[in-house]
Design a binder for this molecule. Structure first.
Ligand code: ZN
Length: 270
């Protein structure tokens, strides 16, 4: 298994390999955990950087790979590619040893189901801290928001991802050339990559304080592209900027109907 693989891909891979299998022996940091022998792995899932191996007794082996962790799979007697002392978790089952080297954390925990339900009330990933994981944000959006939720509401929903306020909302939509009337069900993974990647760049650029700037062009035409510029010419194409109160809890949204239009064609829907 390649290092640097995403946890999500890893979870899918391990889910296919381990799902339904019976564990014959589990070792954690060299110690055998006898209570786990004979249990069945019901599923493998990931949340953020955590990987969960769900067992059929309601417990769950959670691991966090940190910077240096990786999973390998070996046949019995096959030499390992890393020293045994670096093996944090070894799962033996059905003629294979699945070895997690250099994990930052491994623990036995409650099933992820408990935490999943709790997830809805929690804040999403902090866009000022992390390089956004668009796939994770998309999964949160689909879990939390009804499919017809307008994009203008989604961007402000701090449970999906944390940090976008009303000014950044309009600026991100303009910079990524997305019309504000899109709904969650019309968004592709690439839309999430573009929207939340742009938001994270703007938020981090502005962490130092001072006037909020999304447009670092010193031509005297202002630090923002569209926000607060209703009726003024778009700084890219000259079309008057529109302003409307959009969303379920209406908030001012500014956009350029030329740069960000037209309304999406059906093929946009992912
Ligand atoms: Zn324009």
């Amino acid at each position: 298994m390649p290092e640097g693989d995403t946890i999500h891909t890893l979870a899918r891979y391990l889910g296919a390999a381990l799902g339904g299998g019976v564990v014959t022996r589990v070792r954690v940091r060299g110690q055998v955990w006898p209570d786990l022998a004979g249990l069945r792995i019901q599923g493998v899932s990931s949340k953020g950087k955590h990987l969960y191996l769900e067992l059929n007794n309601g417990l769950c082996l959670r691991s966090h790979l940190g910077l240096y962790g990786s999973w390998h799979r070996y046949r019995p007697h096959e030499p390992w590619q890393k020293p045994e002392r670096q093996a944090v978790l070894v799962l033996e089952m059905e003629g294979w040893a699945y070895v997690c080297f250099n994990a930052k954390e491994v623990e036995l925990t409650r099933s992820t189901g408990f935490e999943s339900r709790d997830q809805r009330g929690r804040l999403g990933p902090d866009l000022t801290q992390d390089t956004p994981d668009a796939d994770l944000i998309r999964r949160r959006a689909l879990a939390i928001s009804p499919p017809d939720t307008p994009l203008v509401d989604l961007l402000l929903d701090q449970r999906v991802a944390c940090g976008i306020g009303n000014v950044y909302k309009s600026e991100v939509l303009f910079l990524t050339r997305r019309p504000p009337v899109l709904t969650v069900q019309q968004l592709s993974l690439q839309d999430f990559v573009d929207l939340y990647g742009s938001a994270a760049r703007l938020l981090r650029r502005n962490l130092g304080g001072g006037p909020r700037t999304t447009r670092a062009i010193p031509d005297g035409r202002g630090p923002l592209w569209v926000y607060g510029r209703a009726g003024l010419p778009c700084l890219v194409c000259g079309t008057p900027v529109r302003r409307e109160r959009l969303g379920r809890e209406p908030r001012s949204t500014y956009w350029c109907p030329t740069c960000q239009g037209p309304v999406p064609a059906p093929e946009r829907a992912a």
